[in-house]
Design a protein around this ligand. Structure first.
Ligand code: KG4
Ligand code: ZN
Length: 337
């Protein structure tokens, strides 16, 4: 079965063809980094306009790279939320139109669940149940995942997402967008213990909070001026370490508390090398098996959408091309089985 996945929830316009929910036949991602870079963050209006310009070509490119005709598609899966409403509308409208024209099944999926499902595109697949940490620009959430569409929220950020904090602090430091990537680059060669940032929400259940940490970083810059040279590397390394330690500590607590033996870490921030290393070490020490998708499957992509779409279709779920709606604040449990 060949499923076309479409992803346009934020600033990546992506399409992919996945065979049988496992084999990525093609994956196309058009990033909008250069469009949003001058503003230090995603400008929703510019994002949706660019999706509109590119989506047809991205879809055509994914179909061509898969070596098939568009009529060879068996189904279409699309992210219908959460995300930016204007951006989501472009992807969902493209998916609805195509499904109607081809007369093939259509299925809408949740972006957060799709991030976690990226783990199923790797050689070694997780088994249910597992603990899932989605850590991205818009979300920092811990789920107990019992099966496809069967997620239980265990904890989430009460304010900023981890990626959002990284992006905002990077902007403050004069680093380019997207900030998480540049904080990581700048942190290389820095002393991670140079700046004593507070460890947020330690011991306060499984919820996260990153806004206090962000404020501490702002105050440090205000008091001492924007760091330069080695000081900048030290600052970035210390900030990165603090974010990573916070994510790792809560996740390991959740593993133990809920007695889960497997952990999946996904979303854009899961591309961070320090997070991957530290999480792997700590999960192993806690006796859990860890699954972190390859870097290109951590950041926004459509292969994860196609793979999850296939799982939903197999479970007998599909959406009407006349009714599928984009929902900017789609709850994590709105699509369940
Ligand atoms: O999943 P994603 O591509 O889009 C959302 O759904 O939000 O995540 C984007 C986030 C941004 O905040 C970006 O700064 C962060 O992921 N990110 C990273 C790295 N690569 C992307 N953060 C830390 N280290 C990285 N290597
Ligand atoms: Zn994402």
């Amino acid at each position: 079965m060949l499923v076309l996945g479409i992803e346009s929830s934020c600033d990546e316009c992506a399409a992919a063809v996945v065979q049988d929910g496992r084999l990525v036949r093609s994956t196309q991602v058009a990033t909008q980094i250069s469009i949003h870079a001058p503003y230090g963050g995603v400008v929703p209006e510019l994002a949706s306009r660019d999706h509109l310009r590119r989506i047809s070509l991205i879809i055509a490119g994914a179909v061509e790279k898969a070596g098939i005709e568009i009529s060879g598609l068996d189904a279409i899966a699309v992210t219908c939320g959460p995300g930016l409403q204007g951006s989501l509308l472009i992807g969902t409208m493209a998916a609805r139109t195509l499904a109607w024209a081809l007369g093939c099944p259509l299925v809408g999926v949740n972006h957060l669940e799709a991030h976690l499902h990226a783990a199923f595109l790797e050689q070694k697949q997780p088994q249910y149940p597992f603990l899932g940490l989605v850590v991205s620009g818009g979300h920092t959430s811990l789920f107990e995942v019992r099966g496809v569409g069967r997620l239980k929220l265990l904890g989430r950020t009460l304010d900023d997402a981890a990626g959002e904090a990284l992006d905002k602090v990077a902007k403050l430091l004069g680093l380019p967008y997207p900030g998480g990537v540049w904080i990581e680059r700048q942190a290389a060669g820095g002393n991670p213990d140079a700046v004593p940032f507070p460890r947020p929400m330690r011991g306060r259940g499984l919820d996260f909070s990153f806004s206090g940490l962000k404020t501490a970083a702002c105050q440090a810059v205000r008091n001492r001026g924007a760091p330069q040279g080695q000081d900048l590397s030290d600052f970035a390394a210390s900030f990165q370490k603090c974010v990573v330690e916070t994510l790792v500590a809560k996740t390991i607590t959740a593993l133990k508390k809920h007695r889960l033996a497997r952990l999946v870490v996904a979303g854009g921030v899961a591309a961070n090398r320090l997070l991957r290393e530290r999480m792997s070490q700590e999960a192993k020490a806690a006796g859990a098996e860890i699954f972190i998708p390859a870097l290109s499957l951590c950041t926004d992509n459509a292969a994860m959408v196609a793979a999850l779409g296939q799982a939903y279709l197999q479970a007998g779920r599909s959406s009407s091309p006349f009714e599928l709606d984009a929902d900017a604040s789609l709850p994590w449990n709105a699509i369940s089985l």
